[in-house]
Write a protein that binds this ligand. Structure first.
Ligand SMILES: NC(=O)c1ccc[n+]([C@@H]2O[C@H](COP(=O)([O-])OP(=O)(O)OC[C@H]3O[C@@H](n4cnc5c(N)ncnc54)[C@H](O)[C@@H]3O)[C@@H](O)[C@H]2O)c1
Ligand SMILES: NC(=O)c1ccc[n+]([C@@H]2O[C@H](COP(=O)([O-])OP(=O)(O)OC[C@H]3O[C@@H](n4cnc5c(N)ncnc54)[C@H](O)[C@@H]3O)[C@@H](O)[C@H]2O)c1
Lengths: 208, 208
């Protein structure tokens, strides 16, 4: 079972391979991938090996075949239905995000504690259901992934509702820890980590 | 100069060290950090070494000292002022994000092409300036980092305005590539990458 960090790298390799494919590249070496991502070729081979992909001596990997294999292993060759809990600013922005169109994901339901007053209903005409209807929606719309976009105070309730409705993996945007049963996966998102990335590079820019 | 992936790991180590410190831990080994993040102890030592941190044989690293040193090297021991271009749903959600309070960052300005009609002005009373006022704001409020939260069609304009105002590092949320001069750093954020993480774990959950 791969770690979150490894999966993150695999997702980046997949994007890189798509770019190579669009440039007409047929093969790629672990060395070249390693240089692109500033890690060792051995780490790249290790990551890919975890997903059953092994290069050929003298050739490396076939770009198209490698990308397909990785997409397959990550379960990204099919569409996943996603539910968002919290139809406020963030929840609505996520549901309308154009980047989802060419991904393996689609938001098929958005719920809120106060569906009548949310910005989603007002601004974008999205149908917002009451959070109590989530279990029914998860069943009817074959929803497998959940996103929490409510304030910190409502996050645990949102998590409990998602888990009870049968959701196995949750993306939590609320700045608080949520408890879930063993076997349920939670990824906490914090965009501050990207600002830290910016701060480092800005500091470097000042010194060069 | 460290890569984006290395910085990402360093940010994660910093968070982990904060947790250890709150638990009263005095020292930590590269082995223990490595196990926490499913990478090799050698990789951890390499990452830390890049930032001038070297452990003591038999002791490892001092938790408090290591965290301080990393924060210092990343430029996170001071407050950074941030400007957001785009006061729509996402921009407003980012500006109000509670997680920023205990971080090294504060949003001190938010601008928009149509400041009179944005949701920010309507819902949260945030003062939204016109995007043409950005250069003045960057100067007056010592802004160093920029965030782009406008639709794809407006992203390049937003980037150009930020760069001309003197911003050296940009976080781009718009699902499009933006061009910037050499030496300006751009990080493109795509939350789809976290959904891919979820899909993998959900697939694993079904098989266990
Ligand atoms: N992780 C990040 O990087 C990041 C960035 C921005 C915002 N956020 C977080 O996202 C969350 C939402 O931010 P926002 O600006 O959209 O807030 P918002 O106030 O605009 O929206 C929150 C919505 O959640 C609903 N809600 C509250 N409790 C609920 C519950 N128990 N069940 C269902 N719905 C419930 C409210 O009715 C409201 O519509 C906040 O926790 C914020 O801190 C995180
Ligand atoms: N990267 C991700 O993971 C992610 C997630 C969600 C949304 N998004 C993206 O974030 C962006 C904003 O989404 P939203 O839902 O908040 O949209 P929105 O329509 O609510 O807000 C966009 C705002 O930008 C302003 N604007 C447009 N062009 C501008 C320009 N040239 N200069 C200044 N302001 C300008 C508009 O007046 C509006 O207020 C979109 O590009 C969306 O695709 C990205």
């Amino acid at each position: 079972r791969a770690s979150s960090l490894t999966l993150f790298r695999i997702s980046l390799y997949i994007r890189y391979l798509a770019v190579l494919e669009s440039e007409g590249r047929q093969t790629i070496s672990s060395r070249e991938i390693a240089d692109k991502f500033f890690i060792s070729a051995a780490s790249v081979r290790k990551d890919l090996g975890l997903f059953g992909a092994f290069g050929k001596a003298g050739i490396g990997y076939y770009v198209k075949g490698l990308r397909e294999a990785l997409l397959q292993k990550l379960g990204l060759k099919r569409k996943w239905n996603v539910a968002i809990v919290g139809a406020g600013r963030l929840g609505t922005a996520l549901s309308r995000y154009k980047g989802l169109a060419e991904s393996a994901f689609q938001v098929v339901a958005i719920v809120d504690k106060y569906p009548e007053t949310t910005t989603a209903r007002r601004d974008s005409g999205l149908e917002v259901f009451h959070v109590d209807e989530l279990p029914q929606l998860v069943n009817d719309r074959c929803i497998e992934l959940g996103i929490i976009a409510v304030p910190a105070s409502g996050a645990q309730d949102a998590a409990t509702t998602l888990v009870e409705a049968g959701i196995k993996a949750i993306l939590n945007f609320a700045p608080t820890h949520i408890d879930v049963p063993q076997g349920i996966f939670v990824h906490n998102v914090d965009f501050t980590i990207y600002l830290e990335n910016l701060a480092y590079y800005a500091t470097q820019a000042y010194y060069s």
